[in-house]
Ligand binder design. Structure first.
Ligand code: SF4
Length: 726
């Protein structure tokens, strides 16, 4: 069978390069590319099952619009659709100003599209309300890196796995969410049995099964744990004093903070014994290369930034950063969460890791784009959750949503529905319809997806990967960057007349020159030859940079990394007599995000056909429920019904629900109808890992009625619907 070509996988941030065989209509085989540094030939089930997601009956082939939410969608051409949006945008701009508009994008948007969104909204419309679903997974990591090290972007690379002798995985179920990178850890362990793998997670996940040491800390107690570890390491003399003296600031305040802590209280907060933490600290203290991986478990918290800072503090304390095999390695959830950050898509950002608050940064960007001084607003725009709050209040009038499905992925979904219902205009740009979000739109724009366009992304280890076009998009579908460029032109704006993706990319990288994420040497011509390069890469003959901070110089004003004192804080909503259980949400190996693609692959669906709730056996006994029984799960925001999986993986008092399934599989029954929309003060990341819920057994009669209702509704896609809701 003929080779179709190579592409970066459009799912997670590992960034595997895949080789496809067959045709777009029938992909016969997908394999990992051996020479690709991200995956070295490996692939997971999601990547291997991309074939059935390409040509599906629900692919969008033309723009669709309707004049009222009760109306049916009608097909339109691009000119009519963009002119319609432009007219409403212009009216809103005149009547309410730029702050009444917003763009909510995604870590699935390629860098070219993210750059043009930033340019259009922040540079030309004067609107800083651009954000992305990276806010739901990575914002705390961005803020953590910036405050501790002076710059976003991980210091490490995947090759560090082969050099480290202690790998800590905290707040990440890598085995399911970043499986190829975790397979590399497994392989390293096999080759070097002395490698110590430590997993810290409230839930005994697939990742924990491979650990030499697994500790089930209490949900939400990460800061207490990391602070306790800092204190023990300090007292056992594990501080790297030369490194601390020469390359850090804030140590004395951190030392005093640690010494003032009551270890017994910290241990009590974590639910762990002092001896367990002592053992863990000894392993870290003895490490030659201490590498930590972390993800949503640290980030999805109202104190997610402090959790990141607390972990980085340990690396600074032990001098385990800026050397091969060491450092804090934030895993990115999406294929281009990193690229969106580099292009300035988050509401505080400008291209090249600049910020809107910095007057010099604004001036540089305004000058480059040929905008008048003051064209870019100095205030941070609305973030994801804030956008929907502002929509509900009527402050925001129009929102453009691209490559994401907030009607499943955002917390407190009843609120999201109310918010979108109040909007004057909801534009949704996607490859598929219906999704839970396109159903709520006024205008739907058809996007070309991964194999149907040339696109660029940056993976978790800062590798910029170029993916060529492998086959034609369906109908009138266009690359996201081209949709943005056409819309800007429809608005009558100059500076968006790009003829190719190369032009967009080559313009963007100029704005990274001299910046921490310098990719000015990664020209389009070079990318087409090499496929990928790791930033910083400041010149066309530069080979790229595997590891940052090898010179121990950090991009802070004094060149030093910062210790940051982080007080332990409890989650925003604690269990009580009404809602006595802690709900934590997460992902499964077989599925990705809101099932827009993975629900189309029968093999993946067979392995995980529907939603469920994991309940500890003791709680199941108390509730008198057996495996498969339906329980009603209620929080202060909503109620859903889910079948029970009994699992020792969750501790008594804690339950786990995967967040993948939305309304298309059981109206009103998604995990995020329960979750809380509380956000952190700086990172503004919602607390998706912790809220209080109550569980009640659903009597059999109601269970039957619910099942019949669900059957009558019919399953819209191949995944099994959750049984009913209330
Ligand atoms: Fe795709 Fe991630 Fe699986 Fe690699 S590990 S094939 S990037 S989903």
């Amino acid at each position: 069978m003929a080779t179709l070509g190579e592409t970066i996988c459009p799912y997670c941030g590992v960034g595997c390069r895949l080789r496809l065989e067959g045709t777009a209509e029938h992909v016969s085989r997908i394999r990992g590319v051996e020479s690709a540094a991200a995956n070295l030939g490996r692939i997971c089930a999601k990547g291997a099952q991309l074939g059935p997601t390409i040509r599906t009956p629900d692919r969008l082939t033309t723009p669709l619009f309707r004049l009222g939410r009760q109306d049916s969608f009608r097909s339109a051409d691009w000119g009519t659709s963009l002119a319609y949006i432009a007219e409403i945008f212009t009216n809103i701009l005149h009547a309410h100003g730029p702050d009444a508009l917003a763009f909510y994008g995604s870590g699935q948007l390629d860098t070219e599209a993210a750059y043009l969104v930033t340019k259009l909204f922040k540079g030309y419309l004067g609107c800083n309300n651009t954000d992305s679903n990276s806010r739901l997974c990575m914002a705390a990591a961005v803020a953590g890196y910036r405050t501790s090290l002076g710059s976003d972007g991980p210091p490490c690379c995947y090759d560090d796995i082969d050099v480290a002798d202690v790998i800590l995985v905290i707040g990440s179920n890598m085995a399911e969410a970043h499986p190829v990178t975790f397979d590399r850890i497994r392989a390293a362990k096999k080759a070097r049995p002395d490698l110590r793998i430590i997993v810290l997670d409230p839930r005994r996940t697939e990742t924990a099964r491979d650990a030499d040491l697994y500790l089930a800390l209490a949900p939400g107690s990460d800061i207490a744990l990391l602070t306790a570890l800092g204190r023990i390491l300090l007292l056992m003399g594990a501080a790297d004093e030369p490194f601390i003296t020469d390359h850090t600031s804030g140590f004395e305040a951190y030392r005093q903070f640690l010494m003032a802590q009551d270890l017994g209280e910290l241990c009590a907060a974590t639910g762990l014994q002092e001896a367990q933490l002592d053992r863990l600290a000894r392993i870290i203290a003895g490490a030659k290369g201490f590498l930590s991986f972390y993800c949503m478990g640290l980030n999805q918290s109202t104190v997610g930034m402090w959790k990141n800072n607390s972990l980085i503090n340990l690396h600074l304390l032990t001098g385990q950063i800026g050397t091969p095999g060491a450092g804090p390695f934030s895993l990115t959830g999406q294929p281009n969460a990193m690229g969106g950050r580099e292009a300035g898509l988050l509401s505080h950002q400008l291209p090249g890791y600049r910020t809107v608050e910095d007057a010099e940064h604004r001036r540089q960007i305004e000058e480059f784009w040929g905008r008048r001084p003051g064209a870019i607003q100095p205030g941070i725009g609305l973030t994801a959750v804030e956008m929907f709050r502002a929509l509900e209040k009527g402050q925001l009038k129009a929102i453009w949503i691209a490559a994401t499905n907030p009607a499943v992925s955002l917390p407190d979904l009843h609120h999201i529905h109310r918010a979108l219902a109040r909007a004057r205009l909801v534009v949704v740009q996607d490859a598929y319809h219906p999704t839970e979000t396109t159903r709520l739109a006024d205008v739907i724009l058809p996007a070309a997806q991964w194999g149907e366009k040339e696109w660029t992304s940056t993976n978790s280890e800062r590798t910029i990967g170029f993916s060529p076009k492998l086959f034609e998009p369906p109908g009138q579908a266009l690359p996201d960057w081209e949709i943005m460029a056409r819309f800007a032109t429809t608005l009558g704006l100059k500076g968006f007349d790009y003829q190719s993706r190369d032009q967009v990319w080559d313009e963007f990288i100029q704005l990274t020159a001299g910046r921490p994420c310098d990719m000015s040497g990664v020209t389009s011509a070079r990318l087409r030859q090499l496929d990928s390069l790791q930033w910083p890469c400041p010149a066309p003959d530069h080979p790229g940079t595997k590891r940052r901070y090898l010179d121990k110089s950090f991009p802070t004003p004094d060149g030093r990394a910062r210790f940051i004192v982080c007080e332990n804080r409890e989650p925003r909503e604690l269990p009580d007599h009404e809602f006595p259980y802690v709900l934590t949400t997460g992902r499964l190996y077989a599925h990705w995000h809101t099932l827009t693609r993975t629900a189309k692959a029968d093999k993946l669906v067979k392995s995980e056909p529907g939603p469920f709730i994991e309940v500890n056996p003791d709680d199941a006994k108390r509730l008198e429920v057996a495996a498969g029984d339906l329980v009603q799960v209620s929080s202060r925001r909503g109620t859903v019904q889910l079948p029970v999986r009994i699992s020792q993986g969750v501790t008594p008092g804690m339950v786990f629900v995967p967040f993948h399934w939305g309304d298309l599989f059981g109206q009103g029954n998604a995990a995020n109808y329960l979750t809380i929309s509380a956000i952190g003060r700086v990172a503004k990341q919602p607390e998706l890992k912790f809220c209080a819920v109550n569980l009640e057994k659903v009597p059999k009669a109601r269970e039957r009625a619910s099942a019949e209702r669900a059957r009558a509704m019919g399953a819209p896609r191949s995944c099994a619907p959750a049984v009913g809701h209330s």
